[in-house]
Design a protein around this ligand. Sequence first.
Ligand code: NIG
Ligand code: FE
Length: 411
Amino acid sequence: MLIRDIGRLVIVPPGPLVGAQMREIQTLPNAALLVKDGKIAWFGEQKNAPNAPDDEILSAEGGCVIPGLIDCHTHIPFAGERSDEFVRRVAGESYLSIMQAGGGIRVTTRAVREASEDELVNINLPRLARILRDGVTTVECKSGYGLTVDDELKQLRAIRRLAAMQPIELVPTYLGAHAVPAEFEGDADGFIERIASADVMQRVADERLARFCDVFCDRGALNVDQARRVLERGKAAGLRPKLHADELAQIGASRLAGEVGAVSADHLEQIDDAGIAAMKAAGVVAVALPGTSFFLGIEHCDARRMIEAGLAVAVATDYNPGSCHIESLPFVMSIACCQLRMTPVETLAAVTANAAAAIGEQARIGAIAIGHDADLVVLDTPTLEAWFYSPGRNRVRVVVKAGKVVGDQRV
Ligand code: NIG
Ligand code: FE
């Protein structure tokens, strides 16, 4: 396939893009791009494009072409809903106080335990269909609402089935250590022995049910020692560490991310200098989740400070039924741009090259580079900037995954 008539091709290089590299991205006007065997085979000025038969030409009609978007942090698959908590928060209660009063993750855990694997699949399939229409071609998906070994494995199996049923590539993460369930109240260590034993980790890794292991390390969740234990066990089984870090309080979670060599640390509203230094030294990707701070009404993370400090910053939705019931990555990108003051090009780098690095796939996806998977989005705007200038409006026209058109919204 030859994509012609590209108004602007945004040539995002492979990640991780650290600090100022996030804004040093070239765009090429009047461009074309050749796809062969699902990979990007050539791109350049249209006047130099190779010939292609008419039925293999896709016209971008002057639109901008970017890499397929990557949502590198979601809590798909979940069941149930918590709009009551949302309304309580709007009225002034905090996420933490609702959680401590028995709400929060435990409520969703009940719903996920009650759902069969089939039900989990059926509830989450339409979500992925909507997400695809936003130009998202890869989604990281976490367990973490089962909180028994069987229910966690049920969530991971649902992810595997969802991956086979629709075009978005799903990247599974084991988040058994998401919260201490009611039956282990006061015994977080006992819970960890159950949910994050060496045996469980080995089973998850051997059955290829997850590639990463994540922990919610924060006030009201697991402490640094407990999180370290979980992540080291995951690592021993071949699961790469990730962390929910520095969201509600500063307890040293981002420092831990550096110490265990995590692939990413996510949230970071409360990051400190020591956390930044540890993450930089270990090459940990900083994943900002500004939809969550927007939805919770808490202060955003300081993305500018992290970029200026030389970190690779990614942006993701954190899509979940509690702290961020926002499934649209472009909407969250608008928050990053307008409220975190990331420029359009920095924000694009954050959801492509750096999001790929946050799931360890930067050598294959997230860039416009020869040999990379042809995961592409054709926008109806001639420039990237014009896309960001119209928040909340879907400007995605064509979505291409591994060289195949998987979404076509041309009128
Ligand atoms: O990433 N911070 C921890 N976990 C989720 C929230 C999950 C929930 O509230 O259901 C998050 O924000
Ligand atoms: Fe999360």
